[in-house]
Write a protein that binds this ligand. Sequence first.
Ligand SMILES: CC(=O)N[C@H]1[C@@H](OP(=O)(O)OP(=O)(O)OC[C@H]2O[C@@H](n3ccc(=O)[nH]c3=O)[C@H](O)[C@@H]2O)O[C@H](CO)[C@@H](O)[C@@H]1O[C@H](C)C(=O)N[C@@H](C)C(=O)N[C@H](CCC(=O)N[C@@H](CCC[C@@H](N)C(=O)O)C(=O)O)C(=O)O
Ligand SMILES: Nc1ncnc2c1ncn2[C@@H]1O[C@H](COP(=O)(O)OP(=O)(O)OP(=O)(O)O)[C@@H](O)[C@H]1O
Ligand SMILES: C[C@@H](N)C(=O)N[C@H](C)C(=O)O
Length: 458
Amino acid sequence: MIKRTLIEIQQMIEDAELFGPGEQRITGVQTDSRNIQEGCLFIPLVGEHFNGHDFVAQAIEKGASAALWQEDQGQPPEGIPLVRVQDTLLALQQLAASYRRQHQARVIGVTGSNGKTTTKDLVAAILETTYHVHKTDGNYNNHIGLPLTILSMDEKVEMAVLEMGMSGRGEIELLSELAQPEAAIITNIGEAHLLQLGSREEIARAKLEILSRMKPDGLFVFPGDEPLIRSLFDQEEHAALKYISFGESTENDLYPISMMQEEASTLFMLNTHGLSAYRIPLLGKHNVINAIAAIAVCKYMGVSEKDVVRGLKQAKITGMRIEKLQKESGLTILNDCYNASPASMKAAIELVSEMPGYRHKGVVLGDMLELGEKENEYHREIGQILDPKKIDWVYTFGPLAEYIAEEASNRYPLEAVQCFASKQHLIEALQAKADKDTIVLVKGSRGMKLEEVIDGIK
Ligand SMILES: CC(=O)N[C@H]1[C@@H](OP(=O)(O)OP(=O)(O)OC[C@H]2O[C@@H](n3ccc(=O)[nH]c3=O)[C@H](O)[C@@H]2O)O[C@H](CO)[C@@H](O)[C@@H]1O[C@H](C)C(=O)N[C@@H](C)C(=O)N[C@H](CCC(=O)N[C@@H](CCC[C@@H](N)C(=O)O)C(=O)O)C(=O)O
Ligand SMILES: Nc1ncnc2c1ncn2[C@@H]1O[C@H](COP(=O)(O)OP(=O)(O)OP(=O)(O)O)[C@@H](O)[C@H]1O
Ligand SMILES: C[C@@H](N)C(=O)N[C@H](C)C(=O)O
């Protein structure tokens, strides 16, 4: 993490004024007074529910060495080493941008509608076989999370894998400006955040912003089966870039030539890497495609074939992404409830539909949020792909998911499709189905918090 004196911090932020001993040493930054590390710089942010400035004194009492203070926030507490700034969020971002430029790490940016976190974890796992790696913690991928991730990077880090999220135009450009990636991955163009972007084309344009502040002769790894990327990617503007396409079709530079689903992992081979067989501790064809993007970047970064195989095999993936759980009742749960949009919902349903070894299969599907005016249609489309020959019963949670149920009811027996508005009732219904021969997929948008249902099942 960042280690500087207070005067150095002041010099890294535009129009900042120092009040206190310039030689005061700072180790790391923190924006939450409830989680202070000794010697850190507390950065108070004005948020939706709290104003961080109300907690500056508390942060110092808990061990912070100094704090930033936003100039429009009245008088700061007396006797506290401070750097006064125009805007603390902007200051956080400027500090991160400056620290990144002073740092020798090579940066890989990962964006896309689905698979950012998973792909980030896979890239990091491969690179860790060879380099000192720093990566985004969980899903810290926005205008606050990414700068915090950069500032938590140790001086010795050689490779930084940074997840870049967005729900509006210009957001990825900002993150790319801060991160200045040498390599960039766009995982896919789905429908996530259609509400704010309005169309998949606009989503693609937003993701392509990652190229705007890249190293000019860096590497761009993109989904070759997505026509929007090929049509919107201006090769003249990025003439020095190297790029690799990946995906399922043989039109890509990299594609799988074989895939085998195992109990809790997937084995696959690639078209260009000889006889190497890769194993990922993940299920689903979509995760093989994510892994192929990760392989492309890591080979570019000089990781040997042997270490690519080893890194993938030992990857540790952030939870709630097709995470397989066993309950004491014997029930198997595919916990895919971190988030959901049509592309990820379809991928998960395809996976559980084809999963061997279970006599009974069910799905618990929650609302998919932020999809805009066609949200009902997108939920109906999910109901239309549910096949009673492959999935025995369908439970839904939330008002939008009722459209899934409505469509499924056209092909399912009456009692096989149920809508729930209460998590407790849903837990009870699932408990009644729980046995060792049953697997159930649980998936919904982050706002549905379906992990509360999973946690309620014995
Ligand atoms: C600012 C912040 O970090 N807030 C977090 C806080 O929220 P809460 O409502 O409790 O507080 P406020 O924001 O009002 O508080 C302001 C500050 O005051 C601090 N504070 C508060 C109380 C106190 O006693 N002491 C204090 O010091 C407080 O810490 C604030 O700094 O807590 C919530 C619960 O833990 C957090 O969820 C909330 O975090 C916000 C949402 C955030 O943006 N966090 C980032 C670090 C982050 O990266 N979060 C990711 C999710 C990112 C995400 O949604 N990505 C999108 C794509 C990008 C969309 C973009 N447009 C956007 O808006 O994000 C995606 O689809 O992936 C994560 O947590 O996973
Ligand atoms: N390439 C893909 N295509 C479709 N769905 C995918 C793909 N990769 C992952 N998913 C699914 O998308 C969901 C989110 O995965 P992950 O968290 O890795 O993506 P993310 O882009 O970080 O998501 P978010 O934007 O919500 O943070 C999971 O259900 C996962 O199974
Ligand atoms: C966390 C936010 N960026 C997000 O992914 N929203 C989803 C759609 C949700 O709120 O569930």
